[in-house]
Design a protein around this ligand. Structure first.
Ligand SMILES: NC(=O)c1ccc[n+]([C@@H]2O[C@H](COP(=O)([O-])OP(=O)(O)OC[C@H]3O[C@@H](n4cnc5c(N)ncnc54)[C@H](O)[C@@H]3O)[C@@H](O)[C@H]2O)c1
Length: 369
């Protein structure tokens, strides 16, 4: 058989990262078996807090280079609060991967599934279907500890930098408008909201100025602006009105957790981090030490990130079977929830990681594509 083969660098990481990665690879493999037409080769790489505790290094030798050579990177979760560097910060080599491969576009879909928890009393909460697009290489994370870029860092004072550059911001806003265009073709609104704090910070006024400049090339997409504090409010009172929301790194970090909470919790929060040449896919949650090793983690955030990975590979390669496999996984999750056959413990249900994964695989095998 001459099927095209794609290499996935797999970093399971720490805590529940290991379980949800195993779950994702099982589901992705079931989708591949059903759709066919491509092969996946998994290359497991070691990294994380557990690895650091054993070896004093946060990644195994050549991990970063091997991740860069793969067609896509999948990451479970990295970090354990009990294991830290001498300066008190946590083990976070994944931030270095973002920087190294300039994974500027953090795509975080927020979608309400039937029978999953509805956190809002308003019934329109079941229409929530939006994307938080978080810039992921600069903003207030530019001087994150792992990069060692604090301009002032002494016993008396510490400063961090919020950095907005034109090239990254142009790429980010173009990504937002292209994503809205793709979503519009699938029946969404075709609307982008610029979330900023342009009333106070010059960096944010610059972010908004570039948003307007790039919007001109996408006349079929509507746009508006929302200050980040008002966005926190509006995500509670009218989240169903948003489509694509584009924002600076730290704002995206916080807003995406808030939005994830609206549709259940972190166990539903999938994530893609995309650059010009590379893509990294991971659930937006961490290693959840409070539930690790107990088969309680909801694997759906990771599984849906696996679908984002297949969709990315489809765009990158032009191979339509990959896009079909991605869609199949999304349909399987939707159908499982609709039939009340997916009941994660995270939402008070009776199904742990293994049971949810088994059911998604059953749906992948049987749902009508
Ligand atoms: N990208 C990453 O790898 C990443 C992201 C966030 C946090 N972290 C790290 O993870 C560790 C724990 O961080 P935290 O506790 O702040 O965040 P967390 O996301 O790990 O957990 C927050 C809460 O959500 C719950 N939760 C998270 N994922 C869940 C899932 N799939 N199913 C059910 N419940 C889930 C946890 O049980 C916990 O109560 C820290 O070391 C942190 O640095 C890593």
């Amino acid at each position: 058989m001459n099927e095209p083969k794609y290499t996935i660098a797999v970093i399971k990481g720490d805590g529940i990262g290991v379980d949800v990665t195993d779950a994702t690879m099982a589901v992705v493999s079931a989708a591949r078996d059903r759709i066919g037409g491509f092969q996946l080769e998994l290359n497991e790489l070691l990294a994380g807090a557990g690895y650091f505790k054993e070896t004093g290094k946060d990644v195994a030798p050549n991990t970063e280079a091997a991740a860069g050579e793969a067609d896509a990177i999948f990451l479970g979760a990295i970090g354990l609060p009990s294991i830290r560097h001498a300066d008190g910060t946590e083990i976070s080599p994944h931030l270095r991967l973002r920087e190294m491969y300039q994974l500027y576009a953090g795509v975080r879909p927020i979608k309400a599934y039937p029978n999953a928890p509805q956190r809002l009393a308003d019934p329109r909460g079941d229409e929530i279907d939006l994307i938080v697009l978080r810039e992921s290489t600069e903003g207030l994370f530019y001087s994150a500890a792992v990069h060692n870029r604090c301009p002032v860092d002494n016993d008396n004072e510490v400063q961090d930098i919020l950095r907005i550059t034109r090239p990254t911001t142009e790429r980010l806003h173009d990504f937002a408008f292209k994503l809205a265009t793709k979503r519009k073709a699938r029946g969404h609104k075709g609307h982008v909201t610029c979330v900023d704090k342009a009333n106070v910070f010059r960096s944010m006024a610059f972010f908004r100025q570039i948003f307007d400049e790039r919007a001109a090339a996408f006349p079929e997409i509507t746009k508006d602006y929302n200050y980040v504090d008002a966005t926190a409010l509006d995500l509670i009172r009218r989240p169903w009105e948003f489509d694509v929301m584009v924002m600076e790194n730290m704002f995206g970090d916080i807003i995406s957790d808030l939005a994830g909470g609206l549709v259940g919790g972190m166990g539903m929060a999938s994530c893609a981090e995309i650059g010009q040449e590379h893509g990294l896919f991971q659930p937006a949650h961490g290693s959840a030490p409070d539930i690790m090793g107990q088969d309680k983690a909801n694997p759906l955030a990771a599984i849906l990130s696996g679908a984002l990975m297949l969709d990315y590979l489809a765009d990158k390669s032009g191979q339509p079977q990959l896009a079909k496999a991605a869609e199949l996984i999304e349909q399987a999750v939707e159908a499982g929830f609709a039939a009340n056959r997916i009941r994660p413990m995270e939402f008070g249900g009776d199904m742990g990681t293994i049971a949810v994964t088994r059911e998604v695989i059953e749906q992948v095998k049987s749902v009508k594509p």
